[in-house]
Design a protein around this ligand. Structure first.
Ligand code: P6P
Length: 344
């Protein structure tokens, strides 16, 4: 066995040995991955995992204590706010504020940037507290999506819009929580992708999928068939290609659920621009960027049909973008079909 093979075997042994590690211990073990951080970024990940446990408890019990269903309000997107949306938004903002490591938050539920008052903090968080919430009543999996950036403004001063208007390539961490048949927290800090499954019996997230890699080529295609007539000719041609390849169509209507399944099994999710949503439907800062960071770290790709998602410069905090994300060969195939089009 060559030295390289021995090293690889050693790395894999360490990696496999870490299956079953709690999230807390994993973060501590990987502290050296966070440049110039003295535990602050670890604290933010702990704050996020704490809020996730509280939100999960609310979701599990929502049918019984009457907090599922519409809250009677509309959010900044004009979408009916579900009661659990509000619960999740409050819980994540409270956990991140009390953790004192985040100076500003942007949330899908709030029109403006939230100043947490922690002006000595070095980081900001962009988040979608509860994505897919229209599925809550139907007991379909929903998710939280988050990105963490270093602030640009001087420490000790109030946060500025420039702190939160950063391109996805600047993320220091990104990931999601999936509230499904089990609760799973998946994140990356730029050193690979790891997933942690929540063990209710001990109240801990346990490493269940280490160093995740997406298949180069999968056979799952995720898109809303109802938008087909809006798709460009190139996109329609790609879908015909998929049918001829006998790919499987799977679409939950919850981005985190569709993304996580495709990450595990290989596949492509796309939500292109449509006549109803000429800039796409999904939000750049707290849906596309977070998942683009994860998929690229897992060996996949994420594009808006023209260029890499992580290179897009944001112009407003709720900016939308077309999203094509998943197995790299499948993303390349879509790009081949649409590359000469003006309407993506
Ligand atoms: P459509 C949920 O509202 C969401 O933001 C994503 O979770 C999901 O992938 C998408 O919108 C579903 O949109 O138009 O297909 O219902």
């Amino acid at each position: 066995m060559t030295t390289t093979e021995k090293e690889a075997k050693g790395d894999m042994k360490n990696l496999v040995a870490s299956i079953g590690t709690t999230l807390d211990r994993f973060i501590s073990q990987r502290q050296q991955e966070f440049p110039y951080a003295k535990g602050e970024l670890s604290q933010i990940l702990r704050d996020i995992s704490l809020a996730a446990k509280v939100v999960n408890k609310a979701i599990m019990g929502s049918g019984l204590i009457g907090i599922e269903g519409p809250a009677g309000e509309r959010n900044v997107q004009g979408e009916d706010q579900q009661k659990l949306d509000i619960v999740a938004n409050v819980r994540f903002i409270r956990a991140l504020t009390r953790g004192e490591e985040v100076c500003a938050i942007i949330s899908e539920e709030d029109e403006e940037m939230i100043d947490t008052g922690n002006h000595d903090a070095k980081y900001i968080v962009a988040m979608y507290p509860l994505d897919g919430s229209s599925n809550i009543d139907a007991n379909i999996p929903i998710g939280t999506i988050f990105s963490i950036y270093r602030r640009k403004s001087p420490i000790g001063t109030p946060p500025t819009v420039e702190d939160v208007m950063q391109k996805g390539a600047n993320q220091v961490a990104g990931g999601y929580i999936l509230y499904g048949s089990s609760m799973i927290l998946t994140y990356t800090t730029g050193f690979g992708v790891n997933s942690f499954t929540y063990d209710h019996t001990i109240g801990e997230f346990i490493l269940s999928h280490a160093n995740m890699k997406v298949k180069e080529l999968g056979n799952i295609v995720s898109y809303n068939e109802g938008n087909y007539n809006d798709f460009s000719e190139g996109t329609k041609a790609y879908l015909t290609y998929c049918r001829n390849q006998k790919y499987t169509a799977r679409y939950v209507g919850s981005l985190v659920a569709d993304f996580h399944r495709n990450l595990l099994k290989g596949g492509i999710f796309f939500y292109p621009a449509t006549s109803k949503a000429p800039n796409g439907k999904l939000r750049l800062l707290y849906e596309c960027n977070s998942l683009a960071f994860v998929i690229e770290q897992a060996g996949g790709k994420a594009t808006n049909g023209k260029g890499r998602i992580l290179e897009l410069e944001p112009h407003n905090i709720h900016q939308r973008s077309p999203l094509i994300i998943g197995s790299p060969t499948m993303v390349d195939d879509v790009m081949d079909f649409i590359k000469n089009e003006h309407f993506q």
